[in-house]
Design a protein around this ligand. Structure first.
Ligand SMILES: *[C@@H]1O[C@H](CO)[C@@H](O)[C@H](O)[C@H]1NC(C)=O
Ligand SMILES: *[C@@H]1O[C@H](CO)[C@@H](O)[C@H](O)[C@H]1NC(C)=O
Ligand SMILES: *[C@@H]1O[C@H](CO)[C@@H](O)[C@H](O)[C@H]1NC(C)=O
Ligand SMILES: *[C@@H]1O[C@H](CO)[C@@H](O)[C@H](O)[C@H]1NC(C)=O
Ligand SMILES: *[C@@H]1O[C@H](CO)[C@@H](O)[C@H](O)[C@H]1NC(C)=O
Ligand SMILES: *[C@@H]1O[C@H](CO)[C@@H](O)[C@H](O)[C@H]1NC(C)=O
Ligand SMILES: *[C@@H]1O[C@H](CO)[C@@H](O)[C@H](O)[C@H]1NC(C)=O
Length: 520
């Protein structure tokens, strides 16, 4: 009887071992992956979904201004001296409105941002600070005319003198509040014949930095108020239900699959996420580049894998912007389709290293770079007497990602906006200035997850750690059970075989005996 149980026990524990091996090798991972996917995918009941719909905490939106401290000298042709002022810190709240679901596992949404000044984080800086910056909208208008119809530039400048208040030179003296959000009033009430032309053109194109003044014949110019006033999108994003490693990828923006303004399939590609959400990272297949799509500059950018590192005691992958993202054509031939500047017939239209022409994107001759021309051509620095000092730690863009969930532990995107200061002889305001690329301000947008979410992540990792322990525990138990039952079976066999063997001897002789007996 005991032997039968031992055999049963052995069979069961062998089965258990097989299950344990399958679980260790494959099953646990599948179950865990499934659980993670359930939590991160963009689905009604997932952990991530609500956080994605409405960011649980505001992002930091920081602005640094380049205050020009030697305007009179620059107006006489000397090199500018700049003073960086900032950060002016705003809290950026983000909310998404779902428009619908697409057929290929996508979700369609509008993104709404709202900004609030944070005086505490801004230190002593206030929105009432007066600064002197390059006159972005004046130069944008004038450069556009100068590039397209140089003979008209004098006439148009006369109209711009009425349009912009107190236009003595190429610099704007302004309150930070007005420059960023409230707006500078530009009047279309003037007797200059060309003023109607200027206002008509603005009304027709309505660049994002302009908004029509209510109840007055004019506009307000500000750098960021359009971001606070209107939603952007629609975006169409992959939900990660079919393939979690595609989670967050944007497939269309404003209904388009490519950004057509670059006139090229490669440069127009919409790659990657909106930098708020990334897919989990498989340890066996760590992507070398992470892509993000930046609607403000109409293109995708990428950051390169640097390595694995600890952040808040969570092991994470670290990615950083590299030179090749904004490289000139000579250094990264792929970037040639971003060359769109019409300088002259024989110029290839490319800018220097580290610069991106935003004309095709924003319809204004603005030029983007990394802050302080970090990773850009050193030639650009020669234009300044002081105030421009690229510094990797302050000016890089980067992200730390938790590979298990794809959550960004800490990530910051930094971008600078510049415009050319150009000597133009028949424009009195510009007839004696030096020609060069002039920075106006730079932005930093990003976040570091607060301790509460750090703890949440640490806890879920701990849970995964337990699961990991559990699967080896299970295997160990299975092996022990098999050994124990094997021994039991062997012992049971030994116990049974003793008497059986002695019996069989008697049995072998038995028949003969019985036969003899029978014969008897
Ligand atoms: C998600 O939930 C809302 C209601 O809460 C429902 O209208 C919608 O259809 C659900 N979406 C999916 C994909 O299940
Ligand atoms: C900016 O520079 C001007 C000099 O051009 C100076 O008067 C002004 O105080 C500076 N602004 C700030 C906020 O430091
Ligand atoms: C969905 O995917 C299929 C196959 O890749 C493609 O042909 C189809 O156009 C896609 N549908 C949408 C709405 O993008
Ligand atoms: C953004 O808009 C809201 C109203 O929608 C307003 O209360 C807030 O002050 C604006 N933010 C800034 C920085 O102007
Ligand atoms: C978009 O992504 C693909 C593959 O992921 C890559 O080969 C291509 O270079 C990317 N395009 C841009 C413009 O970065
Ligand atoms: C990391 O863990 C160590 C030991 O558990 C702890 O002393 C330290 O404070 C932790 N650091 C952070 C940033 O949580
Ligand atoms: C550049 O010039 C060409 C022809 O001269 C013109 O077709 C093109 O639209 C111009 N591009 C821009 C961005 O002005």
């Amino acid at each position: 009887m005991f032997g039968k149980y031992a055999k049963l026990f052995l069979t069961v524990s062998l089965g258990f071992l097989v299950v344990a091996i399958i679980m260790v090798a494959w099953g646990f991972e599948k179950i865990v992956d499934k659980q993670i996917q359930k939590n991160v995918q963009l689905e009604n009941n997932s952990m991530m979904f609500d956080k994605w719909l409405k960011l649980p905490m505001p992002l930091d939106f920081k602005v640094y201004i380049f205050n020009v401290t030697n305007v009179d000298e620059v107006n006489r042709g000397q090199k500018p001296m700049l003073q960086e002022i900032g950060p002016y810190v705003y809290k950026e709240y983000r909310e998404r409105t779902i428009l619908g679901y697409g057929e290929n596992d996508t979700i369609k949404y509008m993104l709404r941002k709202r900004f609030e000044f944070d005086p505490e984080a801004s230190g002593g800086l206030t929105e009432d600070d007066e600064v002197t910056v390059i006159h972005f909208s004046y130069l944008a208008a004038l450069l556009t005319v100068h590039d397209m119809m140089p003979s008209l530039v004098g006439v148009i400048n006369k109209a711009l003198e009425q349009f912009f208040p107190s236009l003595e030179d190429a610099f704007l003296r302004v309150k930070v509040r007005d420059l960023f959000f409230d707006g500078i009033y530009l009047s279309c009430d003037g007797d200059n014949a060309a003023l109607g032309l200027v206002c008509g053109k603005i009304k027709g194109e309505m660049p994002p930095t302009m908004r029509a003044a209510e109840g007055a014949n004019g506009f307000y110019f500000s750098m960021f108020s359009h971001m606070n006033r209107s939603e952007s999108g629609p975006y169409e994003m992959i939900r990660g239900r079919d393939n979690v490693y595609e989670l967050g990828n944007i497939v269309t923006y404003k209904g388009q699959q490519v950004m057509s303004m670059w006139g090229d399939k490669y440069c127009g590609q919409i790659n990657g996420s909106d930098s708020s959400i990334f897919p989990p990272i498989k340890e066996s297949n760590v992507p070398k580049k992470l892509y993000t799509f930046e609607p403000d500059i109409c293109r995708s950018l990428y950051i390169d894998l640097v390595g694995k590192t600890e952040m808040f005691n969570i092991s994470s992958y670290y990615y950083e912007i590299s030179e090749s993202a904004l490289a000139a054509k000579s250094a990264n031939h792929d970037n040639k389709c971003f060359c769109k500047k019409n300088w002259s017939a024989n110029h290839d239209g490319c800018l220097l290293m580290g610069l991106l022409n935003l004309m095709p994107c924003q319809g204004a001759p603005a030029i983007a770079s990394l802050p302080h021309f970090y990773l850009a051509s050193e030639e650009l620095l020669d234009f300044f007497q002081s105030g421009i000092m690229p510094d990797k730690e302050k000016h890089k863009s980067y992200v730390y990602i938790d590979p298990t969930t794809g959550v960004v532990l800490s990530g910051y995107k930094r971008l600078q906006f510049n415009i050319e200061l150009r000597k133009i002889d028949n424009v009195p305001q510009l007839s004696t200035v030096p020609t060069g690329l002039f920075p106006m301000l730079w932005l930093e947008e990003g976040a570091t997850i607060p301790p509460s979410i750090q703890q949440e992540l640490l806890d879920s990792h701990k849970l995964l750690g337990y699961v990991e322990v559990a699967r080896w525990f299970l295997l160990t138990v299975a092996i022990i059970a098999v050994i124990v039952s094997a021994v039991a079976v062997a012992r049971a066999n030994a116990l049974l075989s003793w008497p059986r063997n002695s019996n069989s001897v008697s049995f072998i002789s038995g028949p003969g005996v019985t036969m003899v007996n029978k014969g008897n």
